[in-house]
Design a protein around this ligand. Structure first.
Ligand SMILES: Cc1cc2nc3c(=O)[nH]c(=O)nc-3n(C[C@H](O)[C@H](O)[C@H](O)COP(=O)(O)O)c2cc1C
Length: 172
């Protein structure tokens, strides 16, 4: 799949089959994250892979408070969730994490897999249990949660989001 097709066909997928990712698929997705550019080539991101049945996910869910979608877990029961943490003191970490997570999302789409970027756990990950989560997820010292992404085989379809080109674009 070429890059523009992957960008155009990617959607946030909020339902997954039980099929697990192969080692080769996971390797390709992580490689896409590692190949993302970082400011000054600092490479200040860390990728932690969790299976979708890891009890830590349920623990985070239970601590998050009321669900946005009561019938769904925040990771949509995907078979794999990747947590991206990054050096808290570096000024470009959030931007770099966003670029890396989109690289992973586009790689997933090009492999025929689904993904959804997960930000809703941010307040919980950075709240009073932050140190516990950082230890459990093996974040390097001084690294904070940035973003996560669910990955797996698509069980649902979704329409592309619409946008207002006139409102969002200025060509001078
Ligand atoms: C930074 C960021 C955080 C997001 N967090 C969540 C989330 O926690 N849960 C969720 O279901 N979708 C989340 N999304 C997905 C957006 O809701 C989705 O990208 C948007 O509705 C557009 O739909 P599309 O991805 O299908 O184009 C997030 C997306 C981004 C970029």
């Amino acid at each position: 799949m070429d890059t523009l097709t992957a960008i155009a066909s990617r959607r946030s997928i909020r339902g997954y089959t039980g099929e697990k990712l192969t080692d080769a698929e996971l390797d390709a997705l992580l490689t896409a994250g590692l190949q993302a550019p970082t400011a000054t080539n600092r490479q200040e991101l860390h990728f932690t892979v969790l299976p979708g049945d890891d009890p830590l996910l349920t623990e985070i869910q239970d601590n998050m408070g009321p669900r946005l979608r009561p019938h769904l877990s925040f990771w949509y029961d995907a078979p794999t969730v990747v947590f991206i943490s990054g050096e808290a003191a570096f000024g470009w970490t959030a931007v770099d994490a966003g670029i890396a997570v989109e690289n992973i999302a586009l790689a997933a789409e090009s492999l025929g897999l689904g993904s959804v970027i997960l930000g809703c756990l941010k307040a919980e990950m950075l709240g009073e249990r932050k140190a516990k989560y950082a230890a459990a997820l093996h974040f390097p010292d001084g690294y904070d949660f940035q973003i996560a992404i669910s990955l797996g085989h698509k069980a649902v379809e979704k329409e592309a989001h619409t946008y207002d080109r006139d409102k969002q674009v200025t060509i001078l």
